[in-house]
Design a protein around this ligand. Structure first.
Ligand code: TTJ
Length: 646
């Protein structure tokens, strides 16, 4: 609320000419960092690194840089180095300043997250170095060029040391060190894995570029190197590494037109999932756009034509787009001069010429590929035809359920204890493991807005099932009917009966298992449910602390210690009894309400997937059929597997 008031005031003062000056400088960035980096949370913090690295990648795209080094230093200082030409340091006639000075002190127009319709970039990226500078407690820029090391220093965007020669060198390149401003960011701790994943992705997207990442913070020292001669072909191999490919060779095609180029790599696997990742100028476009549209249209057309020609498709039979994409892992990467990013999060490519380029490239070259590789063609077309038949079976299963519910009236599952409120925005459903926990939940809930659905027995692992199997499944049907929004392509957010879907399971291995099974189900068959932020995990307490008549609960080891010493209070002799909470079923209804279900006191964890590749990997490995990757995953993520937090 106060933020709205502030921005309203800001807007009013925009009329003041002197204010405009200030607002256009880096001060504007410090006043509204969210406009430039999305947020001041962990995601915004990591965005700083990407903005800097993007500049070095541009130098690589220009053909002058082959290596980039990214490190997290002690104190969460970031170091980025490249071996490019180095930012020019001679004085420019127009400005009387060096390019180095301008890059770090002048705010470039059109922030990526600003109000403008789209980002227009002359090069491929390059708006952000001054934004990073403005949001850093300090920043040091060093340029190795003409045998000298040139250095400039800044603090919160202001120059603290003008350009000086700080030494001699026998190489060229740019080197940036910065410490994000603790006054701006909620938390300045970098997550090495997050940077590593992003840098790996960038190495895949820029074939031949070597990116090294390092964490040198005491106690977490580690280093990784990413370099892929095969580029996005190897990206596909990487994503499919824990899956079973239908053909050995990754299909790769590329095409150019004027200043633009498109490349596509794809490989089918024996799963039922589609993994489509698209990029424009190395920027991930999770909302898709023209390049994805072109890909889908071409793939569907080519496979239908091929199926008809080879006789795999008979009569009036047609493959849908979804049939053609079942089990495919594909990367689409386009590079263009004036990328237009649209949509809510500016994550959708708007350039229609990219639809044509991708469509033409894929149509022409995939047709040739299939003709030259008939055994691969056979495997792909068989997969799509089977998918089409299964989809037809699923449609019939769905029809049956619809007809049945029309005859018997809208029947909710017998096990569901519904709530009184009917406005979905106000209601919650607890999906509870086991009948006894279900009983306690029923007794403890607030029946006005909380519904309870107990699940018991062995649940279907949907990782290896198509929609037709899921429809008839007696364990999953109650979940589908209770939520009321349908499944797969038919899923309709508007029909959702509860806007909070809360999985309540014990904090042990069995609880983790049921949580994982349900999340897999939601991820594969009701993804908008997760993307819409409707899914939560309840957090039952881990410890119960008793002293006399006082009872308190703790949700972590740290909290247990803190609460325990608090309860002991001034008196060093008082005894606090600490017991490990065993299971939901062992809590009485009042206890369950107080610790886990009461909106005033409970802790809910929203389930979010910020990285589709990572989420796909977790589910493939945990629920797929390959044993070895699962064993390794669980060994390496012991904590993670017990308390799945994807
Ligand atoms: C610009 O055109 C003349 C030759 O140098 C070009 C240039 O600026 N190259 C360049 C910039 N290489 N690397 C950068 C760079 C690297 C990092 C890590 C950060 C920034 C802001 C720029």
């Amino acid at each position: 609320m106060s933020e709205n008031i502030n921005s309203a005031l800001g807007a009013a003062s925009d009329y003041d000419a002197s204010q405009i000056q200030v607002l256009e400088g880096l001060e504007a960035v410090r006043r509204r960092p969210g406009m430039y980096i999305g947020s001041t949370s962990s995601s915004g913090l990591h965005h700083l690194v990407y903005e800097i690295v993007d500049n070095a990648i541009d130098e690589a795209l220009a053909g002058f840089c082959t290596e980039i080094f990214v490190a997290i230093r002690d104190g969460d200082v970031i170091e980025v180095r490249d071996n490019g030409r180095g930012i020019p340091v001679d004085t420019q006639e127009q400005t009387g300043k060096s390019a180095l000075d301008v890059v770090f002190t002048v705010l470039h127009a059109g922030g990526k997250f600003g109000g403008g319709g789209y980002k227009v970039s002359g090069g491929l990226h390059g708006v952000g170095a001054s934004v990073v500078n403005a949001l850093s407690e300090w920043l040091i820029a060093r340029v190795h060029r003409d045998g000298k090391i040139h250095e400039m220093r800044f603090s919160r965007g202001d120059i603290t040391q003008e350009l000086t020669v700080a030494g001699e060198t026998d190489r060229t390149g740019t080197e940036i060190l910065f410490k994000p401003d603790g006054d701006i960011f909620e938390d300045t701790a970098f997550i090495y894995d997050t940077l590593k994943t992003r840098m790996r992705e960038q190495a895949f997207l820029n074939a031949g570029l070597r990116i090294t990442t390092e964490d040198s913070r005491p106690g977490q020292e580690t280093r990784d190197e990413f370099a892929y001669e095969g580029g996005i072909r190897e990206f596909v191999t990487y994503i499919n590494r824990n899956k079973t490919p239908l053909h050995e060779k990754v299909i790769y095609v590329s095409g150019e037109r004027e200043d633009s180029m498109a490349e596509i790599a794809l490989q089918y696997n024996d799963s039922y999932n589609e993994m489509l990742l698209s990029f424009a100028n190395n920027i991930h476009t999770p909302e898709g756009g023209m390049h994805e549209t072109g890909f889908k249209a071409a793939l569907t057309r080519v496979l239908n034509d091929y199926g008809r020609k080879t006789g795999a498709l008979k009569g009036e039979d047609k493959l849908s787009g979804e049939d053609c994409r079942e089990g495919v892992t594909a990367i689409i990467s386009v590079k263009l001069t004036e990328a237009q990013f649209e949509g809510q999060t500016k994550a959708k490519l708007g350039n229609s010429e990219m639809r044509t380029l991708v469509d033409n490239t894929l149509s022409e070259k995939l047709t040739i590929f299939l003709e030259e590789n008939p055994s691969i063609g056979r495997a792909i077309i068989d997969k799509a035809v089977t998918a089409s038949k299964a989809r037809e079976a699923a449609r019939k299963a769905r029809e049956n359920i619809r007809r049945k519910s029309a005859l018997e009236g809208m029947s909710l599952p017998g096990k569901l204890t519904d709530c009184n409120e009917s406005n979905p925005a106000l209601t919650e459903i607890y999906i509870v493991e086991g009948d006894s926990a279900g009983g306690s939940a029923k007794g403890g809930r607030d029946s006005r807005f909380q519904a309870i659905l107990p699940l018991w027995g062995k649940m279907l692992n949907v990782e290896k099932a198509r929609a037709d199997k899921v429809y008839g499944n007696e364990k999953l049907t109650p979940v589908i009917t209770a939520l009321g929004a349908g499944l797969g392509e038919d899923f309709d957010e508007a029909k959702l009966r509860y806007h909070k879907v809360i999985i309540m399971a014990d904090a042990d291995v069995d609880g983790s298992h049921i949580r994982t099974l349900l999340l897999t189900f939601f991820f594969r068959f009701m993804r908008p449910l997760i993307e819409g932020g409707y899914v939560y995990a309840a957090q039952p307490p881990l410890y119960k602390l008793t002293r006399g008549k006082t009872i308190r609960y703790a949700f972590s080891d740290d909290e247990r210690d803190a609460v325990s010493s608090e309860m002991r209070g001034e008196d060093g002799r008082g005894k606090v009894d600490v017991s490990r909470h065993k299971g939901l079923g062992e809590m009485d209804p009042d206890e369950l309400w107080e610790t886990t279900m009461n909106p005033e006191t409970r802790i809910l964890r929203r389930i979010e997937f910020d990285d589709a590749v990572r989420a796909d990997e977790v589910f493939t490995v945990l629920m797929g059929e390959k044993v070895e990757p699962r064993r390794e995953f669980i060994e390496h993520n012991a904590k993670y597997a017990v308390n799945l937090d994807v």
